[in-house]
Design a protein around this ligand. Structure first.
Ligand code: GAR
Length: 195
């Protein structure tokens, strides 16, 4: 299973995929490319340290560059990638995204990082979590592949909640990839079924 991992920032989710491959949790996976929208992303160093090809894209060449990459891999993983994938690129290959809330709550345009966890805290919800889902035209509205929950503490701040959400993201992104590599899944309406 060849992966392209798209990043914009720290790349801790990328790191969890790299570690899962190295550690033998993901046996049938290799990262063919790490693509960044940000030339200064720490994620690029993580890729380079692990001998993975990197590519920096700009808005004006995004469509053609991503199209070339998508054709060469089996799954595209958005791991903190800040740009919206253009509609023309949907449907070439499965694209999955990791998000720091229990979707369909607290997603959508502009919902990123502490904006998400701030909204969770303001809502008064007692639980939060992380979601891995398919990317569709509907921002953060694609079919849910995997979720994990956690408690929202009374003294949580947007920063502390986001920090405690990260380990859940790191777990579910590799679990989702493992399930997708091992099993044929079915998509029935909004549901993803792993038989
Ligand atoms: C993660 O928290 C991910 O859920 C979020 O960006 C962060 C990237 O961290 N993505 C979104 O909010 C997408 N809407 P990382 O660069 O350390 O993996």
């Amino acid at each position: 299973m060849k992966l392209a991992v798209l990043v914009s920032g720290n790349g801790t989710n990328l790191q969890s995929i790299i570690d899962a491959i190295k550690g033998g949790y993901l046996t049938d996976a290799e990262i063919s490319y790490v693509v960044s929208s940000n030339p200064n992303a720490l994620a690029l160093h993580r890729a380079e340290n692990n001998g993975i090809r990197t590519l920096i894209i700009r808005r004006n060449n995004m469509l053609e560059e991503l199209n070339k990459i998508f054709l060469q891999v089996d799954i595209v993983v958005l791991a903190g990638f800040l740009w919206v994938i253009p509609d023309d690129l949907l449907g070439i290959k499965p694209i999955i995204n990791v998000h720091p809330s229990l979707l369909p709550l607290f997603g959508g345009k502009g919902m990123y990082g502490t904006k998400v966890t701030e909204a969770v805290i303001e809502s008064g919800m007692k639980v939060s979590g992380a979601t891995v889902h398919f990317v569709t035209k509907d921002i953060d509205g694609g079919q849910i592949i995997l979720q994990k929950c956690m408690e929202v503490r009374d003294d949580d701040t947007p920063e502390s909640l986001l920090e405690r959400t990260h380990p859940l993201e790191h777990q579910i992104i590799v679990e989702a990839l493992r399930q997708m590599s091992e099993k044929k899944y079915k998509i029935i309406g909004k549901r993803v079924i792993f038989p």
